[in-house]
Write a protein that binds this ligand. Structure first.
Ligand code: ARG
Length: 573
């Protein structure tokens, strides 16, 4: 039970006849400052029932409420301020963490239901963009969070490996490309060809016709087209894998758009059977006016299928293959309309499970305030960003801690961690401007700061030779430790809320707050002083190491045990 629940129960027991437990819960407030206790109950709403001044009611209630869980209950005007019994709570909380370790905060609300997570999904023959990075790290983290609350995540990389752009690419390659150039620098060369296609097509629009024809051949299984396509795909995949390896992201499925090439006929047939297809200038569309949406274009006039046709086939395939409880799509918010249409078409088809499909949008990354566009060749190369961050971590580590073992491995964990954390620490819908210097800055609210705090706490435990005991009485009663205890106590709730909102930033913010509270505690308390509370203080430090490590894991970061021997956070990172 959290503090609010404990207070709600105590208040409810005293006002049972006049308010329900839910009503009491809704009235409770979190006082702004610690002076006013941990939870407050305003007595206003009882004034009508009791026909008394709220001040009087508050005073009467204070007498009546069972104070077992509280240090004190203070009456301030119409408010009852509850101060939790720190000893009792810290004892319970620390004991639970010592027992459950990294499983503290686990729950089974998902009942082991499966959750396919459509994530990353870059487009073949183009560099993986910052948007795809966002999708990759947000999706990966949501996977860990969902798993912690009892779901089985299935990470799917819905590769953009099909569509008219492959017609363009084949045309461009045949006109201006060579095998050697593609082999030497696959993505750069393919991108160059793609950009060149668009430039030339501006003055020679007939190129577009050629491209359409090549895509048609590809869809029909033409040998030459398939061979080129397969080659582009393989070369691109090699490049993407470099990034996935750095990020340590693994997929359960690489079924991209091409995988659905032979599964779209069924969709078209089903739509026909249900009389949902309408002809519009030779094209096939589904009317969605009942949903206040534009019609969904399912087939072009030349018979070519579209992005949404493949997504329809993919949705049905996922339902059949995984019998999902929820199906998530971690894709930028610029595709919101597409996912609305996708769900609406499925709904029209009578697939009510489409209600369990959720688009998890995120904000755009801009640079210098401008949108990044691959078509114009304006892109931030992700691999460079990651390598730069690793390099910067290496420099900082060499300077601060030249003798550290596994310097390279730690530099990688810190550098890559910096990039991931930077992405996950803000609400996912926030737009942010990309700034490399900011990403590789390791002070303040950053991944390296959390990692460093974790390593610092680990080394403190090591120095003390602390061994957690499941039967010990770890009780703390001071105000500084209380700020840390509360964050440990709140953890299960925090994890649930991150899962319910599909929001890794909830975890990142918890990590930052916990690291800050711990560093403050460390600065103000002689943790290693030899007195009767030493073991309890160390148990709290232990809980901090467990939770910071778990927070980092849920975000997709490592928590190295050693980073720097320096004692001061700021000077170390
Ligand atoms: N490849 C697409 C893009 O880069 C994203 C695919 C998202 N997933 C999906 N099922 N539509 O824009």
């Amino acid at each position: 039970m959290n503090n609010k629940d404990l207070v709600a129960k105590a208040v409810y027991d005293a006002v049972k006849d006049d308010l329900t437990l839910e009503q009491v819960e809704q009235l409770l407030e979190n006082p702004k400052s610690a002076e006013h206790g941990d939870v407050a109950f305003p007595a206003f709403s009882l004034a009508k029932v009791y026909r008394k001044a709220p001040q009087q009611i508050a005073a009467d209630l204070a007498e009546k409420i069972d104070s077992a869980n509280f240090e004190k209950i203070e009456v301030v005007g119409p408010y009852l301020n509850f101060f939790m019994n720190k000893e009792l709570i810290s004892k319970k909380v620390l004991q639970t963490v010592v027992k459950e370790k990294e499983h503290y905060g686990d729950s089974n609300i998902g009942n082991q239901g499966t959750v396919p997570i459509d994530m990353s999904s870059p487009n073949i023959a183009k560099p993986i963009s910052m948007g795809h990075l966002r999708s990759t790290v947000i999706g990966n983290s949501i996977g860990f969070i969902m798993e912690k609350i009892g779901y089985q995540p299935i990470r799917i990389n819905h590769l953009g490996d099909w569509g008219t752009q492959f017609g363009k690419l084949i045309v461009a390659y045949k006109k201006w490309g060579t095998e050697e150039a593609v082999k030497a620098e696959p993505i750069n060369e393919l991108l160059r060809l793609y950009v060149q296609f668009h430039e030339v097509a501006e003055t020679e629009p007939e190129l577009n016709e050629e491209a359409r024809a090549w895509f048609k051949r590809l869809e029909e299984g033409d040998k030459e087209a398939i061979q080129l396509w397969q080659w582009f795909r393989d070369e691109s995949m090699k490049e993407f894998n470099k990034i996935y390896d750095l990020l340590e992201v693994r997929f359960d499925s690489l079924n991209g758009e091409a995988f659905y090439n032979d599964k779209m006929d069924e969709i078209v047939k089903l739509l026909e059977e249900k009389h949902l297809l309408n002809e519009d200038k030779g094209a096939e569309i589904v009317d969605l006016s009942a949903y206040d949406l534009n019609p969904a274009l399912i087939k072009k006039s030349d018979g070519a299928t579209l992005y949404i046709t493949r997504d329809l086939a993919a949705a049905l395939y996922r339902k059949r293959t995984y019998d999902f409880k929820q199906s998530l799509y971690v894709v930028g918010n610029e595709q919101s309309y597409h996912f609305k249409q996708l769900k609406a078409v499925l709904k029209e088809m009578g697939f009510d499970w489409s209600d369990d499909m959720h688009h998890i949008p995120f904000g755009l990354i801009t640079q210098g305030g401008k949108k990044l566009s691959t078509r114009k060749g304006k892109i931030v190369l992700l691999e460079e960003v990651l390598n730069e961050a690793i390099q910067s971590a290496k420099e900082q580590i060499s300077e601060k801690n030249p003798d550290l073992e596994n310097k390279d491995a730690v530099a990688k964990q810190v550098g890559v961690g910096a990039v991931i954390f930077h992405d996950l620490k803000n609400d996912r819908l926030n737009t942010f401007d990309f700034n490399l210097e900011e990403v590789v800055r390791f002070e303040g609210e950053t991944g390296p700061y959390v990692q460093y705090t974790h390593a610092r706490a680990v080394s403190l435990l090591e120095k003390a030779g602390f061994v957690p005991s499941e039967t010990a009485d770890y009780a703390l009663n001071d105000d500084t430790s209380w700020e840390v205890v509360k964050l440990v106590q709140k953890y299960p709730e925090t994890v649930l809320s991150a899962g319910e909102k599909y929001e890794p930033s909830v975890i990142a913010k918890h990590a930052i707050k916990l690291a800050q509270a711990f560093n403050k505690y460390y600065a103000h308390t002689k943790i290693l002083a030899d007195d009767e509370q030493k073991e309890a203080r160390l148990a709290l430090v232990y809980a901090v190491t467990v939770l910071l490590k778990e927070d980092l894991r849920l975000l997709g970061l490592h928590a190295p045990d050693k980073m720097s021997e320096k004692e001061n956070v700021k000077s170390a990172f």
